[in-house]
Design a binder for this molecule. Structure first.
Ligand code: KIV
Length: 275
């Protein structure tokens, strides 16, 4: 089975060139049918490790595995024809050494056809990003609230307030200098996101950041109101699909109990040439 990206797909270089231009539209996707829907409007489709919480019911992204990311990456690839597909490197698959990161990043690219990988971390991951980029692996960085480090960050808190701002500015500069094609800024003060966007040469993609970023990303199930267990402040619900699904399933259950489904037109007769 081929996992080559479609011929007309956007590349990491195309996305990098969008710095300061038309905002980059990015959503997550984890399955083929959703990938087909988001591909029509998105420049970047992220197979985020949020898949662990959104589709697998995990409490955090920490237990997500390489196998999960590759399986969902393959499913999403089958639904894309235009967007750049970026696949998250799961926790524990890149932090040990640049060589470990290269081994796992190249496996993700080869087995899914992704155009780039994403990894979390700033200054402390810069050496690894440089190692990957020098060897042909396009990297999207992710700083600010980095959910894989929830254990050391002390929860899903806003990052970069007060003295933390200098650290985030240094993180952004380090990943840009290391050759990342873009950087996700998650959950930080809007003014700081604007300052970082002005200071670095690569596109910033905001989530809980600022409308002034070079692009925006949301978890697709959050913005569709499909994953409605909780709603972070930075999520805007563009639809209420979980509620729509609950109503549809309620109607189905009522009709099954009342024997009004299936109706006559859903049934087959015993004539070979009949309906
Ligand atoms: O895993 C994910 O979905 C992400 C985005 C929220 C940026 O990292």
């Amino acid at each position: 089975m081929s996992h080559s990206p479609p011929v007309k797909a956007l590349t990491a270089k195309d996305i990098e060139a969008r710095k300061g231009g038309t905002p980059i539209v990015c959503l997550t996707a984890y399955t083929t049918p959703v990938a087909q829907i988001v591909d029509a409007e998105c420049d970047v489709v992220l197979v985020g490790d949020s898949v662990g919480m959104v589709l697998h019911g995990l409490a955090s992204t920490v237990p997500v595995t390489m196998e999960m990311m590759i399986m969902h990456g393959q499913a999403v690839a089958r639904g894309l024809s235009r967007a750049l597909m970026v696949v998250d490197m799961p926790f524990g698959s890149y932090e040990e050494s640049p060589a470990q990161a290269f081994r796992n990043a190249t496996r993700i690219l080869a087995e899914t056809g992704a155009g780039a990988v994403k990894l979390e971390g700033g200054v402390h991951m810069a050496e690894t990003i440089r190692f990957l980029v020098d060897r042909g692996v396009a990297v999207m960085a992710h700083i600010g609230l980095t959910p894989q480090s929830v254990g050391t960050l002390g929860g899903y808190k806003v990052q970069g307030r007060g003295e933390g701002a200098a650290k985030l500015r240094a993180d952004a500069k380090a990943v840009a200098d290391a050759g990342a094609c873009s950087v996700v800024l998650e959950k930080l003060p809007a003014k700081l996101a604007d300052q970082i966007t002005a200071e670095i040469s690569i596109p910033t993609i905001g989530i809980g950041a600022s409308a002034g970023c070079d692009g925006q990303v949301l978890v697709v199930d959050d913005m569709l109101g499909l994953f409605d267990a909780f709603k972070p402040k930075f999520v805007k619900r563009y639809a209420t699909l979980a509620e729509t699904a609950r109503e549809a399933i309620r109607s189905y259950a009522e009709e099954v109990r009342a024997r009004s489904f299936p109706a006559e037109h859903h049934l087959f007769d015993d004539e070979a040439g009949g309906k």
